[in-house]
Design a protein around this ligand. Structure first.
Ligand code: CMC
Length: 391
């Protein structure tokens, strides 16, 4: 069978060649298709970054207009699909609903099973646009309010905020500063090379499963607390410090260092970054801007800053190069905007859609791509070690 390399967690395994995203973990650099993440977050709309990831170049004005029009045209979900929401329990986790709804899209748009074609933009816009609608509808279902349909003429993040927070009895108007902050957060999440969920999307797609099925699987991977689910757990950890520890961060810090305790400091550490996560730096800035703008004081921000400072000065964290990652500060912004804690990872998923699509597409187009099928090192019993079967 040849020599098998044992590499748990694929720490040293390059699973593909990619042109999508570059990370330098030692220096804390992240680029999409050659563009620095901070530059993109400052200057672009999320939909332009989505276009960049999928097409390899930023859109021209014409391409941008066409892409926006398609996003608008594909923002509704089929009425039959809308009825699905009625059958989930009120407390259903929105990530479970999201994953189920995304795989359900393949029943409404089966033509994709035929493969990727020149209608790439329609598929991309369908997913980008409908995911946002599904997320907002599931929130409305959760709070028992009538759904708000997408509205033509609103930009991507504005439309999302409107579907989330408008209601027949409110005078809701989208705050452009909040829409812009959300736009930046989505850009920060748009891709991150071969992370757990992207690898899942590629792996499922490598068996030639359709794009919706592959992305639905990616959403499930993202839900895990060691991956995108960390943003929900960070806020729960900060809440715990506030309510149970009277705001004192020291016990949580000690627990995170205790090897006999499975607890980990949520929103800290990263497989690739051994320096400050560049996304966390931008996310921290956005958080302060949004809180200032809303005139909102959140005691959890003070706790987060104190916890970060204490960790950065601590030998355990220094020796292991553990810094805040993207999930450490994003939840505080979502919370200030009014997004419930159990929806934070859904926000991550909305941002990550372009990356998943770009990774899936690259895998499909790569002539060297083969079905993903890792080997193992068998350590179970030999046939000599079993007793005869007596039934
Ligand atoms: N708290 C305490 N110790 C930690 C932490 C943490 N958050 N992260 C890593 N360590 C320790 C770990 O125990 C190990 O110590 P030792 O060398 O003594 O055994 C050392 O640091 C190296 O960690 P590792 O477990 O080998 O690292 P990994 O690459 O396998 O895991 C990680 C990376 C992100 C899963 C991990 O750092 C972690 O669990 N962090 C908390 C969860 C989190 O914030 N996840 C979001 C990741 S970023 C966004 C995303 O991708 O979704």
């Amino acid at each position: 069978t040849g020599l098998i390399t044992y590499d748990p967690g694929f720490v040293n395994t390059g699973s593909c060649c990619s042109r999508v995203t570059f990370i330098n973990g030692e220096e804390g650099i992240l680029r999409y298709r050659g563009y620095d993440i901070e530059d993109l977050a400052e200057k672009c709309e999320f939909i332009d970054v989505a276009y960049l990831l999928v097409h390899g170049a930023l859109p021209t004005e014409d391409e941008h207009r066409k892409f926006s029009r398609l996003l608008n045209e594909h923002s509704m979900i089929h009425e039959d699909m809308r009825h699905h929401f009625s059958f989930y329990p009120e407390r259903a986790h929105p990530m479970a609903v999201l994953s189920a709804m995304v795989v359900s899209l393949s029943t409404f748009y089966p033509e994709l099973e035929e493969g990727w074609d020149e209608e790439t933009d329609i598929t991309v816009c369908r997913l980008l646009s409908k995911l946002r609608t599904i997320a907002a509808f599931s929130y409305k279902k959760f709070i028992g309010e009538p759904i708000v349909q997408p509205k033509a003429g609103l930009k991507y993040t504005e439309n999302f905020l409107n579907m989330m927070f408008n209601s027949p009895v409110s005078e809701f108007e989208v705050d452009p500063i909040i829409a812009r902050a959300l736009n930046k957060l989505l850009i920060l999440h748009a891709d991150h090379e071969q992370n757990c969920s992207a690898s899942v999307v590629r792996m499922v797609g490598s068996a030639e499963a359709n794009l919706y099925a592959s992305i639905s699987a990616g959403i499930c991977a993202l839900w895990g607390p060691l991956h995108g689910g960390a943003n929900q757990h960070v806020i729960e950890m900060l809440e715990y410090i506030r309510s149970e520890e009277n705001g004192d961060v020291s016990k949580v810090l000690e627990r995170a260092k205790d090897k006999s305790d499975p607890f980990r400091m949520m929103g800290f550490g990263h497989r690739v970054y051994k320096a400050y996560d560049p996304r966390a730096r931008v996310a921290k800035r956005i958080c302060r801007e949004v809180l200032n703008h809303l005139g909102h004081e959140d005691p959890l921000l003070d706790i987060a800053v104190e916890l970060e400072q204490a960790a950065l000065e601590d030998e355990y964290f220094k020796e292991r190069n553990l810094y805040p990652n993207v999930d450490f500060y994003t939840g505080l912004t979502y919370r200030a905007i009014g997004i419930p804690t159990n929806m934070f990872t859904v926000m991550f998923a909305i941002g990550r859609i372009p990356g998943w699509i770009a990774q899936w597409q690259e895998m499909r187009e790569d002539p060297h791509s083969r079905i993903g099928r890792p080997r193992q090192v068998y350590i179970g019993p030999t046939s000599d070690e079993t007793s005869p079967i007596q039934m």
